[in-house]
Design a protein around this ligand. Structure first.
Ligand SMILES: [Zn+2]
Length: 314
């Protein structure tokens, strides 16, 4: 089985489909995350049908806010004059002042969404679609509307809804950072450092915080604790677990120098309940924990921005 199929097999649910779309779908732009945030927002309100123009107003605000600090397309890509990002840049000041898209930006969103992001959201890289659909488009012209599916409405009200929203935000930050840095896979392998005081991943080149390590990684472990495999609620105490404990390195240092991989890197760090993390303390991981870590890391490596960067020369 391929990585996405493995990921889905671990938890064959609408929630896993959503995570496949957000975490492992292709990203030539960041539109998917703007759509994901708008879907969760309208889903929370429980609206089954939303006029496209109303939906597009929420959708269009995201890229304008994000573009104020990071690129929303790979660096060096030429944007046409009718490109949504070109119009978003031109309408940025007025949109941010009003905290609402200008008529021109809204019209551009309504025009581009049905043929671009709304066609692509459910697709994986191979152009296969995830097993669940979260919306449908109805009607034509001025009367277009977005129908939210029961799967989306259920997700938006589920125990993991706050985590799903945080994951979209974290993923957006990671993808735009990879656009800014012109690197892909190495962003997570080498390009980020973890600040242990704030639990923020920090971009080495731009020397700024990218996103929280918990939000960035928890979706790849299905929102579950690496140690006990129960759901990690965003309001639970969450710790970042060294799956292979630091003590391993320290104990060997006194005998011989440590020749293993860096235990302080992303591959060895996983969200866990604070209580589970305290109980595990310095023991070595059990077989099941190792299997969960391997599956989680495989899913991270399947994430396209981390493995197929636009400017990756590797
Ligand atoms: Zn736990």
């Amino acid at each position: 089985m391929s990585g996405p199929a493995n990921f889905y097999a671990q938890d064959a649910s609408a929630r896993a489909s959503w995570r496949l779309a957000v975490l492992m779908g292709a990203n030539s732009r960041t539109y998917k995350f703007a759509l994901g945030q708008a879907l969760l927002e309208f889903g929370r309100e429980g609206q089954e049908t939303v006029p496209l123009a109303e939906f597009a107003a929420i959708y269009a605000l995201g890229p304008v806010r994000h573009a104020a600090h990071s690129p929303q397309a790979p660096q060096g890509e030429k944007l046409g004059e009718n490109d949504f990002l070109t119009i978003a840049a031109e309408e940025s000041t007025a949109t941010l002042e009003a905290d609402y898209p200008t008529d021109r930006l809204l019209a551009a969103a309504v025009r581009s969404m049905p043929t671009m992001v709304m066609q692509k959201f459910h697709n994986l890289r191979s152009d296969t679609a995830v097993p669940h659909a979260f919306y449908q488009l109805f009607g034509t012209g001025q009367h277009r509307s977005v129908g939210l599916t029961p799967d989306l409405l259920q997700l938006a009200h589920s125990e993991q809804a706050p985590s799903l929203a945080a994951e979209v935000g974290a993923r957006w930050n990671i993808v735009e950072t990879s656009f800014a840095a012109g690197i892909g896979r190495s962003l997570v392998e080498e390009g980020v450092l973890l600040d242990w005081d704030t639990l923020q991943l920090t971009d080495r080149r731009r020397r700024r915080s990218v996103t929280g390590i918990i939000e960035a990684t928890v979706g790849f472990q299905h929102g579950r604790c690496l140690i006990c495999d129960d759901v990690l609620g965003m309001s639970d105490g969450i710790a970042v677990e060294h799956v292979f404990p630091f003590s391993l390195m320290r104990s060997l240092e006194s005998v011989d120098s440590w020749h293993g991989p860096d235990l302080d890197s992303l591959w060895n760090l996983a969200p866990a309940h604070a209580a589970c993390n305290r109980t595990k303390s310095d023991r070595l991981p059990h077989t099941l924990e190792l299997a969960r870590l391997a599956a989680r890391n495989e899913a991270i490596m399947q994430s396209p921005t981390l493995s197929a960067a636009p400017c990756n020369t590797a």
